[in-house]
Design a binder for this molecule. Sequence first.
Ligand code: SAH
Length: 290
Amino acid sequence: MSQTRILARMNRADVERAFAVLELELEEFGYPIAILEIDEDLDIHELSVYVEEDVDTVRTIVERNFSDLQISAPLELEVLPDIDWVAKSLEGLKPVRAGRFLVHGAHDRDKRRIGDISIEIEAGLAFGTGHHGTTAGCLEMIERVVRREHPRNALDLGTGSAVLAIAIAKLAHIPILATDIDPIATRVASANAKLNGVSAYVETQTATGFSHPAFARRAPFDLIVANILAKPLMRLAPQMAKSVSAGGSIILSGILERQRDAVLSAYVGQSFRHVSTLHREGWVTLHLKR
Ligand code: SAH
């Protein structure tokens, strides 16, 4: 389903007043809302609300609040593109390198070089062959973070083919909870973990967001990776904050360049701080700490 961004530009005082009332009113519907500074000198700030359905209802709510607050900024609508994850996953089957990782199919086992950490993935119905800029970005970021921080456990939310969970298992040898909203993905994830000899480290579960008892059993996590999309990531920010260890790290991807600031502001609002951003093919991967 496509997503619409309802946005308006105004000065700082107005954007803060609008944010305060809209956050309260839209929270119960679960619509992410974000403020972005466009130009500090000119005092231009942008307020965005991300909506899937009910665009007209939300628009009316925003207009009513603007009118109550005597804010006259015009509303604009921007329809954000859909992403066909499965089509993307079948894009190419050549082996992919990202940092020390080599993600390959069974037919390319001979491409492995000494020092590579190889991840064998059967291209199937689950997303994650390493070809997508978001997966490659996550793999690179995982290598950096694991080497620096030595996490003791991890969560891979939206695991798809389990490519990221397998990468963490091979690099860090720690327990990883790997979850996906899609039961087919979870099945593929579990088969791939086995194929790579890391099923002792990887527990797979079908779950939407954080709604599964396995999370309570395993949390807090020293490292969370989530390569989903900007909107669900923004919505999950409060639960991410609750589920990460003190001083722990999260790696987020599935975020287009122009969505970066909105995602960052949702997480900064939950006391995360930005450590670094990787850019690949129009996508960004964020490393944040709390
Ligand atoms: N981690 C893999 C796959 C990313 S694709 C990689 O980096 O390549 C995103 C995956 O997240 C899909 O398999 C999708 O089914 C899953 N997903 C999307 N929204 C989710 C949610 N709210 N909770 C859990 N999984 C979700």
